[in-house]
Each structure stands twice: as structure tokens, then as C-alpha cells.
Design a binder for this molecule. Structure first.
Ligand SMILES: [Zn+2]
Length: 389
């Protein structure tokens, strides 16, 4: 486990992070938080920059050599940082000792509860590499306790399969998730005001972090992928949800529902009936089961069906891109459906419907990551425990 330490550093030593870098904390840093902030900065720098000497770290972070030595020593004692030996150097003086995050010294569990047929999970190392995978078949209709027992069983199997100390368990859940891990509403799992994070944490005796599945996917794309600082990720499966990072900060919203774009009706010309009962929701147009069935039933109309669906997505995306001045939009979903004419149509609709010359370089692209929710759930643990994002 990562311990916390009482000692404080002066405010003046908090290094600033400029725009375009990694996720920034939402609030100003108080003196008592300074040490934790600096420690996170050191870990963040090593996580993304790789092995370096203490002197390199001081230069990269703007912190003093004394502070760096202190923070590195603390993290070595926690098993989070390790020394790698000396760097061969031609210059005068003692050759420096290289340090890095011990990427295999701890493990994280990432769980995806958004599947329609299985709950899936993995044991991952700190780089997001999956070491062990497990899945558990689940019924289409689950009662609240039944869904919880299945999720807990999967978590226990993964905890048992871990071979290093665990930093924690990250869970990506469908629905609206409050920041304390209470599922406000996830109809597919019969969860309403369900304290998933608290209950699972108590049952496992480990830190548990619960978040929305699309937000988890966005974290994976941002931290482990190559997403920019103003990005929206749209996850398309049985349902449609999105996560947004703007100015390097994850958008939460007034009711923890930022990115719940699936049930916005697109157009005034009707369309397919949605699971929610309305006609023409974005989710009704582009969900995977519908597009799979429609293209299989009329293979000769495949391009037409996917172009129409992609255009609907582009219409929805255009207003969001313009409102938030996003740099890019990432789609996480099956490439065989969304990679070709769908993506072209969505991009065309986006560019036709936004101010020419301003948003012309905004790209819609497919994520290259598989099992993105599991990996993102693991990133949420990294972020909470080490401050790495
Ligand atoms: Zn709907």
C-alpha cells in the first residue's frame, strides 16, 4: 500500500504545470497538500518520462534536489520507485544513479461491468499491460444484489490471481456514477443509489475506485494512449456514452452525468425506436446490435446504413466540438462497423456543420486500444493512489 506522510513542503516549491500537459487537479493546493502534490509530480514525470537521475528529476519538475531526494527515498521505501543502477557518463564526477517507477512491483485490477453478456476484468501492471484476464457470464436481466455478487466474485478471482501487492481495484460501470462511487442509476444492473465503491471496498479490504465506463475508457485513451488535452471519447456498444476532458481536466457535470449523450434525439425526422421508449435517440441510431443486425439483414445497403448512422453521430458531435472547442473525438467501438464509411460520414457531417477554417482540423478517429474500460479503470487507481494521469 502507498502510505501518506505528514511532513510538508513550503508552497513555494509546488511546481506549476502548464497547459497541454497531463490532468490538472481541480482545486488550488493547500500547504498540507504540497508534499502529496510534489510526490505526484515526481511519479508523473517518471511514469511518462521513463528512467532518469535525481538531478534530471529536479530539472524536469522544478523542485529542489533535497526535495527530490526525500521524495524518491520515500517512494523507494513504499516500493513504488526503484533504483536501476548507474548511468555511464563521460563527464566528470560521480556517475548518477537512475531511478524509475517500479512498473512491475505493484499490480492493479481493472473491471468492466458494461458488457451485455459478461463482466470482464484483468490484473494489470502499472503500465496497463494485462497479465491475467477473467470474465464471468451474466444474465441480460440482473437484480441489484445478483449483479453485485457477480461483480464481487470476479473481483475476488482477480485478487487471488495477482502476484504482486495490489494498488487497488478500478471498476468501470454503466450509468451515472457519483464521484464517491455511488451508482446513481444503472438500469441494466438494477442499481439505483447503489454504494458499489463502499461495499466492494469493505468486502475486498482493498481500495476500490468506481467510475462511469465511458469516463474510464477516456482515461485509458488519455494516459495510456495519445489523446490530446481537449478530447471527447464516445463509447459505442449496446449503449452510447461519452467522456470529456477539457483543458486537461475531466468534465463531471452538475449531476455527474456529463457525456450522457446517448438519449439526445438527433433530427426531427423520426428514426429507430430507442430502448428508452423515444424515437431517434443517438443511441438508437448507432448502437452496435442495431447496426450489426441491419447490415447483416441488408448487406447490399451496408454503406448506406453506416453512412446514415455516421452522419447522425457527426451532427451530434458538431455542436459539442464547437461548444467546447475540442481538438479531437475518439470513438471506442468495433472497428468493422465504425472504421470505414461510418467514420468518413461522421467526419464529413462534423466539418460541414462547424465554422469553416476554425474546426477544419478536428479529427474523429477510432481508438486503437482493446479492453479499454478495464485499462481505464486501472488508470483511475493509478491516478488516485499515485497521482499519475
Ligand atoms: Zn433513448
Amino acid at each position: 500500500m502507498v502510505s501518506s506522510h505528514g511532513a510538508q513542503s513550503p508552497l513555494g516549491e509546488i511546481a506549476a504545470r502548464g497547459p497541454g500537459q497531463r490532468l490538472r487537479p481541480a482545486a488550488k493546493v493547500l500547504p498540507e497538500q504540497a508534499r502529496a502534490h510534489n510526490r505526484a509530480l515526481v511519479l508523473q514525470t517518471l511514469y511518462h518520462g521513463g528512467a532518469m537521475s535525481r538531478a534530471d528529476l529536479a530539472r524536469e519538475t522544478g523542485l529542489t534536489r533535497v526535495t527530490i531526494s526525500d521524495l524518491v527515498a520515500e517512494s523507494i521505501a513504499d516500493g513504488i520507485i526503484r533504483e536501476l543502477g548507474i548511468r555511464e557518463s563521460a563527464g566528470p564526477g560521480k556517475p548518477p544513479i537512475m531511478v524509475d517507477i517500479d512498473r512491475e512491483g505493484h499490480q492493479i485490477i481493472g473491471i468492466d461491468l458494461s458488457g451485455t453478456e459478461v463482466f470482464a476484468g484483468a490484473v494489470l501492471d502499472l503500465d496497463g499491460t494485462r497479465l491475467v484476464q477473467r470474465s464471468l457470464p451474466v444474465a441480460a436481466e440482473l437484480g441489484a444484489e445478483e449483479a453485485y455478487r457477480a461483480a464481487l466474485q470476479l473481483a475476488r478471482e482477480l485478487v487471488a490471481a495477482a502476484t504482486r501487492p495490489l494498488l487497488g481495484v478500478g471498476v468501470g460501470s454503466p450509468g451515472v456514477v457519483r464521484s464517491d462511487g455511488v451508482i446513481l442509476s444503472a438500469p441494466n444492473l438494477s442499481w439505483h443509489d447503489f454504494p458499489l465503491e463502499h461495499r466492494m471496498g469493505a468486502d475486498l479490504g482493498l481500495p476500490v475506485l468506481v467510475g462511469n465506463d465511458a469516463n474510464a475508457a477516456l482515461l485509458a485513451e488519455y494516459t495510456l494512449g495519445d489523446a490530446q488535452a481537449d478530447v471527447m471519447l464516445i463509447r459505442i456498444g449496446k449503449g452510447v456514452g461519452a467522456g470529456v476532458i477539457t483543458g486537461g481536466r475531466a468534465l463531471i457535470g452538475a449531476r455527474f452525468a456529463a457525456g450522457e449523450i446517448g438519449h439526445v434525439v438527433i433530427g426531427t425526422d423520426g428514426g429507430p425506436r430507442c430502448a428508452c421508449g423515444r424515437i431517434g435517440c443517438l443511441e438508437a441510431w448507432v448502437n452496435v446490435p442495431r447496426l450489426t443486425a441491419a447490415t447483416a439483414a441488408s448487406p447490399e445497403r451496408r454503406d448506406e446504413i453506416l453512412t446514415d448512422a455516421g452522419t447522425r453521430l457527426g451532427v451530434a458531435v458538431a455542436l459539442i466540438v464547437a461548444a467546447l472547442d475540442l481538438a479531437e473525438v475518439v470513438i471506442a467501438g468495433p472497428g468493422e462497423l465504425f472504421g470505414g464509411v461510418f467514420l468518413e460520414a461522421a467526419t464529413r457531417a462534423l466539418h460541414e456543420r462547424t465554422l469553416e477554417g476554425v474546426f477544419a482540423d478536428v479529427a474523429i478517429r477510432l481508438s486503437r486500444q482493446s479492453d479499454i474500460v478495464e485499462r481505464g479503470a486501472a488508470v483511475s487507481v493509478l491516478s488516485a493512489q499515485l497521482g499519475v494521469s
